[in-house]
Write a protein that binds this ligand. Structure first.
Ligand SMILES: [Zn+2]
Length: 436
């Protein structure tokens, strides 16, 4: 048997560089009782390198049928959490194909070495999909690469009585006997790991206020939820739109599960929180700000390689400190100094711009990344710094980026030698001094 492709060394056994997916149309049904998922995924594929084989990622689910238009399918097979499509002949670069996969099964999280488990997960009464970074194949066949963004339509027929929240805009909600169908469309390009559905006995909670831009912001959770931590979420949107530029999607939902969750997680146009992270304490509030900030940094502007994870986590962590400052609490400079002190006491064996998969979500990536941004802010001044952030999002939204691109961008916008300033933070182990 031939070797199956890997697109990114941080996620061995995921992704295929020979093609891209332009659109996913997921037409799914899910029975909460019994955890049974079934349906059709229609993928609009563009061939990027001449190939006679397409390898999709799909874990734990069985494939009942595959149809390909635009090329002749010789056979398909599933192995090693992949769906391998052998074509009758090689198709040239630039060919567009439509692939329809009918599949079914009982979805469950995918466990990866160094990364733990991710993906479709049953709650006490409902479902979360927390896919970062490797969990998407647990619920739909995909080309699981962070740099392969697509538009999505997600239709889910689910047991009546549950609320579904997925990416983008709710286009349709209809009831039919014992089921309800929810149809979402995400037009802005989205990486596979940011695709999600949330299923629970949820209601919409009246938000405390609306953002100045009129952006629809929801708090969705159990009827008895008391979540004072979200009371200022609309003000966070105002602050971040001022600092980072317009919110990049057409709405935002914070979904709070009835269960407690270890960590919250961002998806495109929504985030998921356990009901243990809803209070007015700083640890809840900073995470509410953090996940919201990922809509700009991570979701609109997405890394091309997982090694550049600081472009997501360093920025979202710095956004926590900015919210602290904007809300009249501790200034970012003070938080940077405090966390810099803590970093100095920790082992300095992490390379920020390539931490390795096992340290990808290490707290030092977050804090050192945020300190590096603070160092940049001190060096170039507030005006240039926020101009760098705003133009970074404005010029890169919908695309995939690298650290090198950020350094070039920051240098050209600020007119400063950003490379010399940030290289020790990014590419050397020793913690640089924090300028003040
Ligand atoms: Zn984060």
């Amino acid at each position: 048997m031939s070797q199956l492709p890997t697109a990114d060394p941080y996620l061995p056994g995921h992704g295929d560089l020979s093609f891209g997916v332009r659109r996913y149309d997921l037409d799914l049904a899910y029975a909460v009782e019994g955890n049974r998922l079934s349906g059709d995924a229609t993928l609009e594929v563009e061939v990027l390198l001449a190939t006679s084989r397409l390898v999709l990622d799909l874990a734990h689910l069985s494939v009942d049928k595959v149809r390909v238009s635009g090329a002749r399918l010789k056979r398909f097979a599933t192995r090693s959490d992949r769906l391998v499509l052998d074509l009758a002949e090689e198709v040239p670069r630039g060919t567009t194909l439509t692939v329809v996969v009918r599949y079914s099964g009982s979805p469950r999280p995918l466990v990866a070495r160094d990364l733990g488990d991710a993906g479709w997960e049953e709650l006490t009464d409902g479902v979360i999909v927390a896919a970062q970074p490797h969990g998407s194949p647990t619920w739909f066949p995909c080309n699981d690469r962070p740099d392969d963004k697509a538009s999505y339509r997600i239709a889910l027929r689910v047991t009546a009585g549950y609320t579904v929240v997925a990416n983008g805009v709710l286009r349709e909600h209809r009831r039919g006997g014992s089921t309800e169908t929810w149809v979402f469309e995400q037009d802005e390009p989205m990486a596979t790991y940011l695709a999600t559905v949330q299923i629970g006995r949820y209601v919409d909670h009246q938000p405390a206020g609306r953002p100045a831009s009129g952006l629809p912001v929801r708090v969705v959770g159990p009827a008895d939820l008391d979540a004072p931590g979200f009371a200022r979420q609309h003000e966070m949107v105002d602050a971040f739109e001022r600092l980072f530029g317009p919110y990049p999607f057409s709405g935002y939902a914070a979904v709070v599960t009835a269960d407690e969750l270890e960590i919250p997680l961002e998806s495109q146009s929504l985030s998921t929180f356990g009901r243990n992270i809803v209070g007015e304490d700083w640890d809840s509030v900073r995470l509410i700000a953090h996940e919201l900030a990922h809509q700009w940094f991570g979701n609109a502007v997405t890394l091309r390689h997982w090694r550049d994870i600081w472009l997501h986590e360093g920025f979202a962590c710095y956004a926590e400190w900015l919210w602290s400052e904007e809300s009249g609490s501790t200034p970012a400079a003070e938080l940077a100094a405090e966390h810099h002190g803590r970093l100095a006491d920790k082992p300095q064996d992490l390379l920020l711009a390539d931490p390795g998969p096992e340290l990808m979500f290490d707290d030092r990536v977050y804090k050192r990344g945020a300190c590096a941004l603070h160092a940049l802010r001190v060096k170039v001044g507030d005006e240039a710094f926020f101009e760098v952030l705003r133009t970074w999002v404005a010029s890169r939204a919908g695309t995939s980026v690298t650290t090198e691109e950020f350094l070039e961008h920051a240098a050209s916008v600020s007119g400063s030698d950003v490379e010399s300033l940030l290289t020790p933070w990014l590419r050397e182990l020793e913690l640089p001094a924090l300028p003040s």
